[in-house]
Design a protein around this ligand. Structure first.
Ligand code: DP6
Length: 383
């Protein structure tokens, strides 16, 4: 039996991907930018094993046997096997792993139900674990094109730090890939607080949501043609210059622009709830009170808030969040005695009721090979 294990991170976009120009190849209508989050707090661990005696491809996710049938997963597996087969053709002494079945076991270190971008980390870990198992020579940008076919945002989880997904122009998608904007070491003091917002309704899945937007929103054309191309360059520059104020303003504006095109879709798509909106107001008031932008919110296809800030402002930004959300779980490992009490006039003290959990994390690195394995030497899944 041959096996390899890899951990991969979650990423949260600061310039959102929303819209596909090719549904099968998962090609986007605009380029996007994200921050990779630390794997200490959020990561997927995946072991991929292969053996002549395995009788079918199998995937276990958080202990449950899952289907591998989806065309997206099939596209990823086919690409990886093709690359392995090319190696085997060039060097006939290599074992014919491309012809064996795969056993893939995957686990998140955070609750999947929290509605965090688990599919990005999941596909990134799946692709990098199999690439390692197959000893593929392709670099991360090349592999990101395969991850992209699994889930668009997953291609950005192949790098740490700040990452761009360049939309590309080619019809076959060969130039639609993730690239590093700046590594983790460039701005290691960037932090993120995730406020997991309780919600009972099921959100529109991003894949169907973006199809509706592309088909029906007029505002969307303005976003992809006028707003995003300019913002993409400005945001990259703000990252390279480590200008939090510009980076934060662009991040908040882009989150708002994305939710605006959702509302402009027909029928409209709502991802933000009342708690999300109250958090948006709170952050704007904090920045106003400070006289500069020290915290920036962003929301994906759901009501959870991700607040980016620089460590130098931690006592104020986390101070604000702690003032209003100290009753919510997630502060246990954090020394809250250093935090300031930050009061924002007019904020109701029951705002914490809409939030179920706080995750305090920071910018992080890309996928990593690990010795930790979820499959034992006999090919059995380790429970
Ligand atoms: C709002 O990557 O989940 O999080 O490609 O259809 O799998 P598919 O969509 P997905 O969409 C992510 C949308 C977003 C913005 C972003 O991450 O850029």
């Amino acid at each position: 039996m041959y096996s390899a294990s890899v951990t991969a991170p979650v990423n949260i976009a600061t310039l959102k991907y929303w819209g596909k120009r090719d549904k099968d190849l998962n090609l986007p209508t605009n380029s996007s930018i994200s921050v990779t989050l630390s794997q200490k707090d959020l990561r997927t661990l995946t072991t991929a094993a292969t053996c002549e005696s395995f009788i079918k491809d199998e995937l276990y996710l958080n202990g449950n046997l899952e289907s591998l049938e989806s065309p997206r997963t099939q596209a990823c597996l086919a690409d990886l096997r093709r690359l392995r087969a090319e190696l085997e053709a060039a060097n006939t002494s290599l074992p014919k792993l491309s012809q064996f079945k795969l056993r893939i076991v995957s686990e998140n270190n955070f609750p999947t139900a929290a509605g965090l971008a688990s599919s990005a980390a999941g596909f990134a870990a799946l692709i990098t674990a199999i690439a390692k198992l197959y000893e593929l020579p392709q670099d991360m940008s090349e592999l990101s094109k395969i991850a992209r076919k699994g889930s668009g945002s997953a291609c950005r989880s192949l790098f740490g730090g700040f990452v761009a997904w360049e939309m590309g122009e080619l019809k076959n998608g060969e130039d639609s890939k993730a690239v590093e904007v700046a590594p983790l070491s460039h701005w290691p003091t960037l932090k993120a607080a995730i406020l997991v917002v309780s919600d009972d309704k099921k959100d529109t899945p991003s894949t169907t949501g973006m199809q509706t937007t592309v088909k029906t929103s007029d505002l969307f054309q303005y976003r992809i043609n006028e707003v995003v191309p300019k913002r993409f360059e400005e945001m990259k520059q703000s990252i390279l210059n480590k200008e939090f104020e510009t980076f934060g303003e662009l991040t908040m504006k882009d989150s708002n622009s994305f939710h605006a095109v959702c509302l402009d879709s027909y029928p409209p798509i709502f991802y933000l709830n009342d708690t999300s909106k109250r958090i948006i107001k709170l952050i704007h008031k904090l920045n106003e009170q400070e006289g500069k932008i020290i915290a920036a919110y962003t929301f994906d296809a759901g009501p959870n808030a991700v607040i980016y800030y620089d460590e130098s402002n931690e006592s104020k930004v986390l101070g604000l969040i702690h003032t209003y959300f100290n009753q919510v779980g997630g502060w246990e490992k954090f020394d809250t005695t250093t935090l300031e009490k930050v009061i924002i006039e007019g904020t109701s003290s029951d705002i914490y009721k809409g939030v179920s959990r706080i995750i305090l994390t920071s910018i992080g690195g890309g996928p990593q090979v690990t010795n930790e394995s979820l499959i034992d030497q006999d090919g059995k899944v380790i429970a």
